[in-house]
Write a protein that binds this ligand. Structure first.
Ligand code: NAD
Length: 245
């Protein structure tokens, strides 16, 4: 694949040290977790955009929680794939993810900014208090001890990102020598706007063209689990990080 070879050559020449990896749902597609857009993006004929909103929760919290319990069970049964593992092997890279599945951390990444929260936390609808929520709830919709509803601790369409997360991510993207953009459609803002803060080498990995492809130096048309290990190996080859194997 010509673009992949050209990207590997560029990495070898540049020997990047400060690396940021921006990921979206596509990086977890190879672990069997459906993306929102593209094949398999529907659940009981609902579009994600019609369920992941405060309005949908206000209208029908049971329906929204049923969808989240389905997603949580898929992720519980899934394993990180070769892309998550390769990214984790870049111990000092910052991972900025739109994903809520925690698979980067399960693969061993320690430096992760979760822009959109995490499926395995919930928060009280009344006072916002957060709690871990790893196991399936006995009853849906779940309630807090105070009697109010619990909601998933994720960022829904139209909501603000966690305080400080975007600023920290933006600063790191601006400072990075290399930005990897893996498995995102690039249509969810403000996450997608992070790419415009970077003016150095940037490499996208996505089997489809995305809204960010033309903003990246190289757009590799491949699955994350196939191309990411090759890109990470090239990063290792140019530095004193040692070997990934
Ligand atoms: P998206 O669903 O909008 O787009 C997914 C992108 O991944 C598409 O561009 C698609 O071409 C690409 N893709 C599909 N298979 C791939 C593969 N094997 N390798 C690489 N790329 C592949 O996802 P998004 O851009 O992350 O934005 C939508 C929102 O979806 C985010 O806010 C995120 O929180 C949420 N989401 C998260 C998960 C998760 O945590 N796993 C799953 C679904 C949606």
């Amino acid at each position: 694949m010509e673009v992949l070879t050209a990207a590997v050559d560029a990495i070898r020449k540049q020997k990047p040290r400060k690396i940021v990896v921006l990921t979206g749902a596509g990086v977890s597609a190879d672990s069997g977790i459906p993306t929102f857009r593209g094949q398999g993006g529907l659940w009981r004929n609902y579009r994600a955009e019609d369920l992941a909103t405060p309005e949908a929760f206000a209208r029908n919290p049971l329906l929204v929680w049923e969808w989240y319990e389905w997603r949580r069970s898929l992720v519980r049964d899934a394993e990180p794939n070769a892309a998550h593992r390769a990214i984790a092997s870049l111990g000092d890279a910052l991972v900025v993810t739109q994903n809520v599945d925690g698979l980067h951390q399960r693969a061993g990444s320690q430096n992760v900014i979760e822009l959109h929260g995490n499926l395995f936390r919930a928060r009280c609808f009344r006072d916002g208090a957060r709690r871990d929520a790893v196991e399936a709830f006995a009853e849906l919709p779940p309630h807090c001890a105070c009697g109010a509803l619990l909601r998933p601790d994720v960022v829904w369409f139209g909501e603000m990102l966690p305080e400080g997360a975007f600023a920290r991510a933006g600063h790191a993207v601006h400072e990075a020598d290399l930005l990897l953009v893996i498995g995102t459609s690039g249509v969810v803002f403000p996450a997608a706007s992070l790419v415009s803060l970077h003016d150095g080498l940037s490499i996208e990995i996505n089997p489809q063209l995305s809204a960010l492809s033309s903003a990246c130096t190289f757009a590799i048309a491949a699955k994350a689990a196939e191309a990411t290990p090759i890109i990470v190996e090239a990063i290792y080859a140019g530095t004193d990080r040692g070997s990934t194997t």
